[in-house]
Design a protein around this ligand. Sequence first.
Ligand code: ADP
Length: 266
Amino acid sequence: MIETKGLTRTFGSTVAVRDLNLSVEPGEILGFLGPNGAGKSTTVKILTCMIKPTRGSARVAGYDVEQDSMEVKRRLGYVPEAGALYESLTAAEYLGMVANLRGIEGDYAHRKINEFLGLFGIIDARDQRLSEYSKGMKQKVLISAALISNPEVLFLDEPLNGLDANAALVMKQLLRELASQGRTILFCSHILEVVERICTRIVIINEGSTIVDGTAAEIAARTGTSTLEAAFAELTGVRDAADVTRDLLAALSSSGDEATGPSDRP
Ligand code: ADP
């Protein structure tokens, strides 16, 4: 379970999150969307106890993120968008370290690590340094690290980043299965087709507050659009995408003229 009440976070005069009331039940995969700068990362940072709210409260798995941050951390798994891995370690060493920090040890940890690396098809590279891994392989290690402790609540920021089609399929099926087992999942992604397909509910925020909350079908019906992508543009697009594209192309061709301009001059 994830619950926020009047959650607010400011940075100086910037209000990143504004009076946000969010509720995600076990079994739900919530697509948490918004344009750049909407306040998604700040919300996730508060929910994963990395920063404190300025006002309001948040509970994860029944515990308050400020009062009981250790209990919260024990129960969550997090796949960050830009994951920081210790690249001098091998995948097995890194996952061993994470497992250890999570209180998973010995044979059981060893088995779990091999299980995840096998599931993602990178078992043969288990003893290779992470610095030698491709982006997709690193992503598989980050996902394994988030799942190894069998967390109640999962925060996923662009989890399919860099994954090949087969791994992405495994991941999508895994998320559905975890949700059906009663996990609570918050899924941030800009790939709206994926969100539409796997999320049971979607919240779109803008300027720190919720602007719409419902299933993809409900949101499309409410906005009179046929896809989540079109609904997102309708709700958050300051300008029509076709207009922006035309102006960008015009800017590109005029900067091309300027680049060749001076040498053309006598
Ligand atoms: P999103 O993840 O939706 O792109 P963020 O939560 O990163 O949005 O940012 C929301 C707003 O808060 C933006 O205006 C951003 O510039 C600002 N912000 C985020 N983190 C900081 C910070 N550490 N210091 C100052 N401003 C910040």
